[in-house]
Write a protein that binds this ligand. Structure first.
Ligand code: NAD
Length: 485
């Protein structure tokens, strides 16, 4: 496959819904288009998945054979890395070097979960009990870990290859059959990845790719009576709709990886040069379109001015540009819609009396580029810039005096995805790791993630976990079997 063949192929996939253009966020020009699958295609995809789940086409395969297939998937992703990275760059505007890194991470999801195929087990116990009968006897009890039948996998545009792999690798390792819907803005790489799954030996009908809008294709999957589980990554707002769909349909099990508004605490005893450089990169990466970025920075008052100045220097030095612009470190926002949203927050900030120390405007060129923006003089109780997830290159920087105040500010949010502490006082670092209400904490490091460690949100940042053992558990249900001995 080539980039051009993918652009052509997606245009030719039949559907009965709206025609949806795919726009290059760097040039603002359409690069191809596709048709929303429509209700019949979604029903057919769920039916195919159910057929394979009922027939145990995949879950019944020997676990070591499933592992081999997933390992092969990883190898094929590596073999197709250039194509996948090119598609990622074209579709999202991300610099090529970052697209290559993401693709590499994608194949590692499959290697990691290939290993889990042969390690799914339960517990066994001999128990003397009569249960509720009151007649005691000798029992042998054990648990079976079983996959859900049909699993719906829905994810956003901010890392299409990463998100596809993060969902498919554990779901397939668990033995699920799936219906997969990428974001309507970024459906390209999923075509290649689905082809790779098939080439590696995932049987037909186990992975069913559908394309369309969230309110059409996505909503139909989440409310479908034959979908037993939905694993969703996206906004907290849509996460609520997914829970509501489950409530009114079949109470399908839901895992949610949602938004964030993560705090970064910089104490005056920190290695300030490193802290400032990392905090600056850690809020503007991918133009702020990464869920775990530190979009609220808090600096101890004695170093506050230095931190504001340092983050502003980072903001001004980050070269924005498309994949063709040499040396570009930060790409554009994904779409005109996202651009309008971010510009709306900048207007909102101005009306709130916030100081935009640097940035605050879109770049004077084609493409959805917004200058990295540092906002100070923000009122945490009333400012929407402080409280809401913007998903753009805007960071608020506030001062604090004491550790207690820093903790209160860090936790003053509905979200709880991640948090960072920069300090040379190790006791304080570990104390704060406990105090910050978030699913991932970095102590003198930022943006850390690995397939082997669970990732999930506290508060309104999510339900359940991805990655690590917890990441496969989420695709397994537990059955307890009692045998009269
Ligand atoms: P979004 O919630 O608008 O869309 C995500 C996906 O859900 C898309 O595929 C979309 O088509 C689909 N969708 C939309 N409405 C739906 C509905 N009613 N029913 C079913 N599906 C529906 O999110 P987005 O704007 O594409 O992505 C940005 C968001 O994703 C941010 O909030 C970000 O924090 C979050 N995110 C979270 C993580 C994490 O791991 N916690 C990772 C990446 C992104």
């Amino acid at each position: 496959m080539t980039v051009q063949s993918v652009l052509d192929e997606i245009r030719g996939i039949p559907g009965t819904g709206d025609v949806i253009p795919i726009v290059d966020p760097v040039t603002e020009e359409p690069i191809t288009e596709f048709t929303d699958a429509g209700p019949d295609a979604i029903n057919a995809a769920v039916a195919r998945a159910k057929e394979t789940a009922d027939a145990k086409v995949w879950s019944g395969m020997a676990d070591y054979e499933r592992a081999k297939v997933l390992w092969k998937v990883a190898d094929l992703i590596d073999e197709n890395a250039e194509l996948l990275a090119d598609l990622e760059s074209l579709n999202t505007g991300i610099p090529p070097i970052q697209a290559q890194t993401i693709t590499k991470v994608g194949s590692e999801w499959f290697r990691y979960y290939a290993g889990w195929c042969t390690k799914i087990d339960g517990i066994a116990r001999d128990v003397n009990t009569g249960g509720l009968t009151g007649v005691e006897s000798h029992m042998h009890a054990y648990t079976l870990r079983e996959p859900y039948g049909v699993v719906g996998l829905i994810f956003p545009w901010n890392g299409p290859v990463f998100n596809f792999c993060a969902k498919l690798a554990p779901a397939l390792a668990a033995g699920s059959s799936t219906v997969v819907k990428p974001a309507e803005e970024t459906p390209l790489s999923a075509l290649v990845l689905t082809r790779i799954l098939s080439e590696a030996g995932v049987p037909d009908g186990v992975v069913n790719l559908v394309n369309g809008y969230g309110h059409t294709a996505g909503a139909q999957i989440t409310a479908h009576p034959d979908v037993e589980k939905v694993a969703f990554t996206g906004s907290t707002e849509v996460g609520r709709e997914i829970v509501q769909a489950s409530a009114v349909s079949n109470l399908n099990k839901v895992t949610l990886e949602l938004g964030g508004k993560s705090p970064v605490l910089i104490f005056d005893d920190a290695d300030l040069d490193t802290a400032i450089a990392m905090a600056g990169f850690g809020c503007f990466l991918h133009s702020g379109q990464v869920c775990m970025l530190g979009s609220r920075i808090f600096a101890q008052r004695s170093v506050y001015e230095r931190v504001v100045e340092g983050i502003s220097v980072v903001a001004n030095n980050l070269l924005l540009g498309g994949p063709q612009d040499e040396g570009a470190m930060i790409g554009p926002l994904i779409s005109e819609k996202q651009l309008k949203r971010v510009m709306g927050y900048l207007e909102q900030g101005r009306s709130e009396g916030v100081d935009l120390v640097t940035g605050g405007h879109r770049l004077d060129r084609k493409g959805y580029f917004v200058h990295p923006t540092v906002a100070t003089n923000v009122n945490p109780s009333t400012s929407r810039l402080f409280q809401e997830e913007i998903f753009g290159p805007i960071v608020t920087v506030l001062p604090f005096d004491t550790e207690e105040e820093a903790i209160a500010l860090a936790n003053d949010t509905a979200y709880g995805l991640a948090g960072t502490v920069w300090t040379s006082n190790l006791a304080r670092a570990h104390r704060l790791a406990k105090e910050i209400k978030a699913g991932t904490i970095g102590l003198n490091c930022q943006l850390q993630f690995d397939h082997s460690m669970p990732f999930g949100g506290y508060k309104q940042s999510g339900w359940g976990y991805e990655a690590g053992k917890a990441g496969i558990e989420t695709y397994l249900q537990s059955k307890t079997v009692w045998a009269q001995m």
